[in-house]
Design a protein around this ligand. Structure first.
Ligand code: TYD
Length: 192
């Protein structure tokens, strides 16, 4: 199973993925985690470009769209491992939510694997801005309002679960376990 976590910056994806991984392993599953952008040469270039003040402008966004798609193709083979549950921190769905124009981003990501399940951590934009460093140009309120809206629309196109990420870490974690349990045949009453 390929599970993808998505959400605006500061939604708590990495913390929640670690908690979910531990719980799934405690339940006897083998789990591998991935993060996009990756630590490849392309991923390193992406992280530099994300800090440019003009990162949200049209042509830099198109450049990022190309780079994110290239970075992603470098990990596609890892997704073929059927012996494990693969949980990814972001996917091509991030590109659809953050970059434009959507029809072109879709073409660039034609060969990106579609998730079996999308977990969208839905956080208020004001909380996102308060939680992040503001170091990346994307971490600004006006831009993230559009991204959050895009995510809520995109979620309708996939098998997805939307989780309220405004709650505390433990509540969010148990909400995630509750929605994921039925997909994996785990007894819902066994979740704390
Ligand atoms: P993020 O997961 O927030 O990394 P970090 O924990 O280092 O902040 O990802 C970095 C940024 O990249 C984030 O603002 C979302 C953005 N992004 C895109 O715009 N498009 C994409 O396709 C991906 C994967 C990420």
């Amino acid at each position: 199973m390929y599970i993808v976590f998505e959400g605006i910056d500061g939604a708590g994806k990495s913390t929640q993925i670690q908690l979910l991984k531990q719980w799934l392993e405690d339940n006897g599953f083998r789990v591998e985690t991935l993060v996009e952008p990756t630590d490849s040469e392309v991923g390193k270039l992406i992280r530099k470009i994300l800090q440019r003040p003009d990162a949200t402008t049209d042509n830099v966004q198109k450049t990022l769209g190309l780079l994110f798609a290239a970075d992603r193709m470098l990990i596609m083979d890892k997704l073929e491992d059927k012996s494990k549950i693969i949980i990814s921190d972001r996917s091509f769905i991030s590109s659809l939510a953050y970059q434009e124009p959507v029809d072109w981003i879709e073409v660039l990501n034609k060969y990106a694997k579609k998730p079996d399940l999308l977990v969208l951590l839905d956080l208020d934009v004001k909380k996102s801005v308060a939680r992040t460093s503001g170091e990346d140009t994307f971490e600004n309120e006006e831009f993230l309002i559009g991204v959050k809206d895009n995510y809520l629309k995109l979620a309708k196109n996939y098998t997805s679960e939307i989780i309220d990420a405004n709650n505390g870490v433990n509540k969010v974690s148990s909400d995630i376990k509750k929605v994921i349990a039925p997909y994996l045949g785990i007894c819902p009453d066994c979740i704390q």
